[in-house]
Write a protein that binds this ligand. Structure first.
Ligand code: ATP
Ligand code: MG
Length: 312
């Protein structure tokens, strides 16, 4: 693999043509991520966990990696699906909600498990939305008209959609719409606007995408396969923990039954011959379900460690 170009460059751009001109055609894989927003930090973290080293990225549009043939393009998330579709970037990381909203010709390579959010219907207190049927005939304000329309069509509901680009939650108070459909996290914004959340319309998370209409050249395909392999190992590791503990030899058989180990646990001898050390990979969060059983079987010195990478 060619090492990435270390120099990097800073370019201002106004449209896609300008951006294409500024991205070097050096055969490196081009990954588009959100420039500044909720997905930025987690996207960078994922790349770094894949062992890809990149420079301080804050000020630049294009940042090359040092040790992988990859260049990272920092863009507004709304632009990422189209840039990937058109091949300005080879791959991108974006929320599924934006992907569906933009309807670009892209395909999901991998769901990444972060940036999770729900697009939900929310209504003022005088309107009760208990099931999808209650939406019939209503006017819905949203920034995601395509997703809402897909949902209405799937459920054979007739309703009017009003597209609003921001502060959707004030639409009912202004008399512009009966209800809204928006991304909800804590629900604080809804509460302040006297709205209550009801039906979930779409569940979203960050995804890695590639173009559905363009084939990558064989070299770039090789780079993508390698990056994808690393991403999958990072994701598996994220969902697992490394458990270590000392247990009495006499309860070993019972303890082995309690641990849902991916492979059989590692058993190591200790200076005290009545004890052994047990190491095992378990799913994240699982320790709390089994900790009481482990203790009652005499386990001591229980340690749980994060795993950075897991190669199948
Ligand atoms: P940009 O300037 O890049 O257009 P933005 O303001 O459109 O940014 P952000 O608010 O940074 O976007 O959200 C990016 C993505 O993060 C969303 O499209 C969504 O997929 C995801 N997300 C996760 N949780 C939330 C949340 N609570 N509210 C909004 N988006 C969320
Ligand atoms: Mg956006």
């Amino acid at each position: 693999m060619n090492p990435g170009n270390k120099s990097g460059f800073f370019v201002l751009y106004k449209n896609k043509g300008d951006l294409s001109m500024s991205v070097s055609n050096n055969g490196n894989l081009k990954l588009a991520i959100q420039k500044k927003g909720r997905l930025t930090e987690k996207s960078i973290e994922l790349i770094k966990l894949c062992g890809v080293e990149i420079d301080n990225y804050s000020e630049r549009l294009v940042v090359p990696a040092y040790n992988f043939p990859l260049e990272i393009l920092f863009l507004r998330d709304d632009d990422i699906p189209e840039y990937v579709q058109d091949g300005v970037a080879d791959i991108g990381i974006v929320g599924e909600n934006v992907l569906v909203a933009k309807n670009a010709q892209t395909r999901i390579v991998e769901k990444l498990g972060f940036g999770k959010c729900s697009l939900m219907m929310a209504a003022p207190e005088n309107i009760s939305i208990k099931s999808v049927k209650d939406i019939e005939g209503k006017t819905i304000a949203t920034s995601f008209p395509r997703i809402v329309q897909n949902y209405l069509t799937e459920n054979k509901i007739n309703a009017k959609i009003i597209e609003i680009s921001g502060s959707v939650e004030i639409a009912p108070a202004l008399g512009v719409a009966d209800i809204i459909c928006d991304i909800v996290s804590t629900g604080n914004t809804l509460m302040m606007n006297k709205l209550k959340k009801s039906i979930s319309v779409f569940e979203s998370q960050a995804v890695l995408i590639s173009s559905a209409s363009r084939e990558l050249n064989p070299q770039k395909k090789k780079y993508l396969d390698e990056l994808h392999r690393r991403i999958k190992s990072v994701l598996t590791a994220k969902n697992s923990r490394y458990l270590m503990m000392n247990v009495p030899k006499s309860s070993l058989e019972k303890i082995e039954k309690v641990i849902p180990s991916i492979k059989s646990p590692t058993i190591l001898p200790l200076a005290d011959e009545k004890l052994v050390a047990v190491h095992a990979v378990i799913p994240s969060g699982y320790l709390w379900k089994i900790v009481d059983s482990l203790k009652s079987l005499g386990a001591t010195g229980i340690l749980l460690l994060p795993i950075e990478n897991m190669i199948p």
